[in-house]
Ligand binder design. Structure first.
Ligand SMILES: [Zn+2]
Length: 358
């Protein structure tokens, strides 16, 4: 099913105000994306699957039909535990706290916000004040600027969006295994979360800044936080475990779904991916979608490159972009968030044209 309606619950950043009306955020159905290479060690959580990646290293992979919407990493360096991203809502983050209690880990001391959107930061508030919230300086600014407006926007609009998806769900008479129905299952919990969570969300800003490289080594392993500036967003931050060869990429990498590109910078994003390729990486926890290998880095590179190639063809055709076909290339037909593709191609075209003017 293509976009049934335009989604207007994500306001966007200052940089791309013209794109604000179209974006929500990114999340996806884990069951539909492919195979896990690791074994889930717990299944009792409603919104995510807890997966052990190594001794003291875990990922919480969001479930299809759940409210987690993004993936969260857990890393114990032998003396302190680090959380990478904090989910879309405080109640899902409380489920994360339950998972943490079930694990024999060092005390949680840091929560990392990979970038600013709601799905990665709204669990910050459930952690005690002794826990440091880490982000880049630009991400902190964006959270401070955008969250009050975003929450107000959701308060006004999310109930109608939820009602719309409720009506689709309740009136659906087709094949419940169909992609059309899966799309309903995908989006409905998101709006349900937004329609309710503004009542409980209290924005907790990061209180520790990492703008380049920060080592958080412990007795059991090395941990690196790395920022190289804009990519998927105006400012991205990743977590890398060199001894374990595990990368927590945030939304610089999606697995089996279209990323939303217009918040970012395609060239700088590609440079980020080149940098990731230079690292020793065997496992990748993407921002959305199941765990994968370093192949995910190459797939995201290919996606951005294909967008640029398609944009170049449009630019050289000397015909208006409106005359062109925005159908999704066959290699990405199975990816979720297909509604993003047109926006991504338009953005790639506009980026290309603006570069040529410069
Ligand atoms: Zn995200």
């Amino acid at each position: 099913m293509k976009t049934p309606i335009k989604h207007k619950l994500y306001r966007g950043t200052q940089l791309y105000k013209s794109m604000r009306p179209v974006l929500i955020i990114f999340f996806l159905p884990i069951f539909l994306f492919g195979c896990q290479t690791e074994t889930a060690i717990k299944t009792k959580y409603d919104n995510f699957e807890l997966v052990e990646l190594g001794n003291g290293v875990y990922s919480c992979i969001h479930k299809f039909g759940g409210k987690a919407t993004c993936n969260v990493g857990i890393v114990d360096n032998g003396s302190e535990t680090f959380i990478f991203d904090s989910f879309l809502s405080p109640d899902v983050a409380l489920e994360l706290l339950n998972a943490l209690e079930s694990l024999d880990l060092s005390p949680v001391k840091y929560v990392v916000n990979s970038h600013f959107p709601n799905d990665h930061i709204r669990g910050n508030q459930v952690f005690s004040n002794e826990v440091k919230i880490i982000s880049t300086s630009r991400t902190r600014e964006l959270i401070e600027e955008e969250e009050p407006l975003q929450i107000a926007y959701e308060k006004e609009n999310a109930p109608a969006q939820l009602a719309y998806y409720d009506s689709l769900y309740n009136s659906f008479n087709g094949d419940r295994k169909s992609r059309e129905f899966q799309q309903i299952l995908l989006w409905r919990p998101y709006y349900e979360t937004l329609a309710n969570s503004y009542l409980e969300v209290e924005t907790r800003l990061p209180d520790m800044i990492v703008d380049s490289l920060y080592d958080l080594d412990g007795p059991d392993r090395r941990i690196q936080l790395i920022s190289r500036g804009p990519g998927h967003s105006e400012s991205d931050l990743i977590m890398y475990l060199p001894d374990d060869e595990i990368l927590f990429s945030g939304d610089l990498i999606f697995n089996n779904c279209h990323p939303y590109v217009p918040h970012g910078d395609i060239l700088k994003w590609s440079a980020w991916l080149d940098f990731m390729s230079s690292l020793d990486v065997s496992k990748v926890m993407p921002g959305h979608g199941p765990m994968g290998t370093r192949e995910l880095i190459d797939r995201m590179k290919s996606y951005l490159r294909d967008l640029q190639i398609s944009a170049d063809i449009i630019a050289k055709s000397n015909t208006p972009i409106e005359d062109h076909d925005f159908s999704i290339p066959e290699r990405y037909e199975d990816w979720w968030f297909d509604r993003f593709y047109e926006y991504n191609l338009r953005f790639a075209y506009e980026s290309l044209v603006s570069q040529e003017i410069e």
